[in-house]
Ligand binder design. Structure first.
Ligand code: AMP
Ligand code: GLY
Length: 430
């Protein structure tokens, strides 16, 4: 059997999970991770590459005879790394620059959804400097909350849910004057607030054929009961009970199929992972956002459920042979809890010695996010530090299994949410 050398770009918990799954493939040759993390170092070789310098990536690929490049995070995709490598006959798993605009520009995504009749919140777009126009538009609105969104990538920090007109004005001022948001917010989307429950569906597409891989629910807020600041994600569980077979069929027909067909019609066929963030409203499923990659930490609960060989699926995607494949998911529930550094998502300290990681049981999984080795000891080295993934035949079992193991791990100032998966439990008991 041919073996394939793979370069995986990224270094978070998501990429540890991808590397873990790829390393189980019968087809894997050498696995390189750029930059990778402590977790991936045990599965492949971590390498330092400037992934903004595409030529450096091309040189590495040629030197190490890499046959597939897998892109974890959104930024290189939105910057066009896939097109650059594809034009040089290097197979890449991840969408091209225009297709990645489904995540890279909210205005692009909203206009696309309207054009192809894909359900989403009503919206209007403004130039960030046209403060008065935006304010006038809001003054005509009677229904609050109102959602303000920076058009571009803002690492989860570009969305504001405003309860009053005064708050809209404050936020508009903040966006206009914020140096960190200035690039992302040169255009602004103002949209209707959708009432409902969120869930995320992960689709693999080769541009023509698409399959649902699985679905999950993320927990974006830092505190229990969905309180406090937004984060990259404090935990996830899968499957999402709100996505019944009936609801998934609607999502497939009303959202996924028109998205894949729409991108074909736009001559930017979508190849890679499409993450569809949904609000399940009383009117049915609506799109909150698209992302052009796996979610983090959703990936950490999805990939352990996948029975297929991930490398085989990725190669089938780049070779446009996904029609030959079916996706197999096991019947288990999974829960992922993120252990974070005290202070996250604001300022936090690093370098705290982590204990207990060797005590977790054999069935639980640990994916590293922000850790490093200092003087032979595992220490914290980021905001989100470790992901603990537990499993079970029911959601309750999966949650219990996860927290039994989370409790064994400690470092100074560490914290985690205590209620990951509880929303799902409530739904199941209804
Ligand atoms: P986004 O980056 O667009 O996914 O937004 C971040 C989070 O804000 C989402 O996961 C939702 O919780 C919330 N959100 C965004 N847009 C809306 C909306 N139109 N209605 C309700 N909640 C929203
Ligand atoms: N967990 C949310 C994201 O990856 O965008």
């Amino acid at each position: 059997m041919s073996k394939y050398n793979v370069l995986l770009i990224g270094g978070g918990g998501r990429e540890h999970a991808i590397a873990w799954k790829l390393s189980q493939s019968e087809k894997i040759g050498d696995l390189y991770c750029a930059p990778g993390n402590t977790g991936t170092s045990g599965l492949g070789k971590n390498v330092f590459l400037d992934t903004n310098n595409f030529d450096e990536v091309v040189d590495f690929v040629k030197m190490q005879k890499v046959e597939l490049v897998v892109i974890g995070p959104e930024a290189p995709l939105v910057n066009g790394i896939s097109d650059y490598l594809n034009e040089r006959n290097i197979p890449v798993f991840g969408p091209g620059k225009v297709a990645s605009m489904l995540e890279g520009s909210k205005e692009f995504a909203k206009d696309f959804m309207v054009k192809y009749d894909i359900p989403t919140a009503d919206y209007a777009v403004f130039d960030a400097q046209d403060f008065d126009d935006a304010l006038k538009f809001v003054q005509l609105k009677e229904n609050y909350p109102i959602v303000l969104k920076a058009d571009g990538l803002a690492a989860g920090k570009g969305v504001f849910i405003c309860e009053t007109e005064a708050e809209v004005e404050n936020r508009l001022n903040y966006i206009k004057n914020s140096s960190s948001l200035s690039k992302a917010a040169s255009r602004l989307v103002i949209e209707e607030f959708m009432e409902g429950e969120e869930a995320s569906v992960f689709v693999i597409s080769d541009g023509h054929t698409s399959h649902i891989l699985h679905h999950a629910q993320d927990h974006k807020r830092v505190g229990d009961g969905d309180t406090g600041l937004n984060t990259g994600g404090m935990g996830a569980y899968s499957p999402a009970p709100i996505l019944t077979d009936e609801m998934l069929e609607r999502v497939q027909n009303e959202i996924i199929q028109p998205t894949i067909t729409g991108m074909q019609l736009e001559e930017s066929a979508y190849s890679g992972i499409l993450y569809v963030g949904l609000m399940i409203t009383s009117d049915g499923p609506k799109v909150v956002e698209y992302n052009c990659r796996f979610g983090d930490p959703e990936c950490q609960v999805i990939l352990p459920s996948l029975e297929n060989d991930l490398l085989d699926l990725m190669l089938s995607t780049t070779q446009q042979r996904l029609d030959e494949k079916t996706v197999q998911i096991d019947q288990k529930y999974r829960c992922c809890v993120v252990i974070a550094s005290g202070g996250y998502p604001e300022e936090y300290e690093k370098g705290k010695v982590i204990t207990g990681i060797d005590d977790i049981d054999d069935e639980a999984l640990i994916f590293h996010a922000g850790t490093s080795i200092q003087n032979g000891q595992l220490v914290s080295d980021g905001g989100r530090v470790l992901n603990v993934v537990g499993t079970g035949d029911s959601l309750k079992e999966a949650i219990n299994h996860t927290y039994q193991n989370v409790k064994k791990i400690n470092f100074e100032g560490s914290f985690y949410r205590n209620d990951i998966g509880h929303k799902g439990l409530k739904r199941i008991s209804k």
